[in-house]
Design a protein around this ligand. Sequence first.
Ligand SMILES: [Zn+2]
Length: 577
Amino acid sequence: MSRRHSRRSFMTLTGAGIAGVASWPWLGAPGVAKAQDARPKTQDADLVVLNAKVYTVDSLAPRVEAFAVKAGRFIAVGSTPEIRALIGKGTQTFDAKQMTIVPGFIDCHNHAPGTTLLYNVLVGNPYEVEFVTIASIVDKLRAKARTTPPGDWVEGYFFDDTKVKDNRQLNVHDLDQVSKDHPVVVHHRGGHTSYYNSKALEMADINKRTPNPAGGTFDRDENGELNGRVTDRARAALDRAGKRETFTPEQTLQRNRDGLAYISKQFVRYGVTSVHHQGGDLYALQQVRARGELLHRVSYEANGKVLESMIDSGISSGFGDEWIRLGATSEHAVDGSFSERTMALSIPYPGIQPPYKGNVTETQDVLNAWIERVHRAGIQVNCHANGDVAIESVLTAFERAQKLFPRADARPKITHCTLVNDDLVRRIKAVGAVPALFTSYAYYNSDKFPFYGEELMKRSMAYRTLLDAGIPAAAGSDFSPGPFDPRMAIQGMVTRTGWDGKTWGANQRISVDEALRVNTLNGAYNSHEEAIKGSITPGKLADFVVLADDVHTVDKEKIKDIQIVRTVVGGSTVYET
Ligand SMILES: [Zn+2]
């Protein structure tokens, strides 16, 4: 086989000369075998992978040692001798030398514009557990303030209030040290709370006498003074104040393209081959693809104008192709956040005075109308619901919509679906809802679990309960709130032990095989794509990940450290170490 042929066959989908993409996918790798010319060319595989520990996530052949790929799809799985028989002229052969191979990982909930990562001030680590000091946050924002006109916003991202070395809450006084002339805000990575300086509060005309609006709070210290923390819908008043950097339409498009191309490289670095995007610039996404810089597949979850135009023009879920497809809607928020402790609970949060049950951010009537309208348009409904109160509200609205307009296999999506009980599980199963639960939280956010306590954690991120009920729970990292590393996710699902060594809700542990399924096939089911992806099955897209160690046999506390050797999408190598 010629080098030229190999390059072409592996780079057709992503284009040549892409930074960060392996320019030389398989040839020259250890264990390259000689091709045989015995079979007619039309049946020859483009690629065969031999001597691997392949976990297919396909119950018909769960464990094989080899497979073959042609035209971007798996064409056969089997033993090494069986697959060796498919080698023809021009077939590339990869001897995996007993490395582990699993289907490409699927993340069913991700805020993925990438522009924040590329262009904004990051005051926390997006990818891993890392503690920072309040002084470091102030320093980074001061540097930004020096190049920002007075009156314009200075903003910090990826703050995590339980990853602060100072062991206290960030407050308005800290942020007053950044600047008295700029409105300053630090956004919690959870996306539901922000911390402001005095200038920002003053520009928005908010003082200690300002009442809390519906669905949000202006938090106060023990003396009744504003402490700078503002939750959920109360932030709207601040959004309207002050000026932000503006960009021409061309600049915006360029930034959106660069952000998407950047985050795509991050996804495949972690073995993530399909991602459900929460909205974003659809035009930029298509341009990134046309330039050969889209390395992962996208289920695009529309909101705003795109969703309205879908409804107007009769475009329903499923429109698109294997690279960019219109999936469910973006998450329609019904309550607050798990990590920031604003989700809507049926009982008060433990240890908080006055009693607080979280924020419901949508009335039942408005939710009923929204779900009915989307459902009638043939679009897969997707609601963000964390607390039991919010999940119940979503189910009530969807049951109503199905009664008015029955539609088979609608698979209403519940993003997060964090705190369940027996009655909710029964109703989720009955309507065929597809939950996308937090993935990395069991490891990453164990420092938040004391706010809920063990009794609630036994029913939170309830993978065991949902799988036992026959509900295809899928993985939704919710990046930026949660890191999207599937290895961290699998470790947390299997152990329920956090970075701090503490275990919560051990009754919800699932097996390694179940965690693999959650992160692959169940993700495909979540977007009605289980016929084309999610497992290593002949006929499906050849998306897979080569791991240096076997996720089944490595120490469970070290699953997150397994090296990702190679990520392959549609038969093309898009990442290799
Ligand atoms: Zn989200």
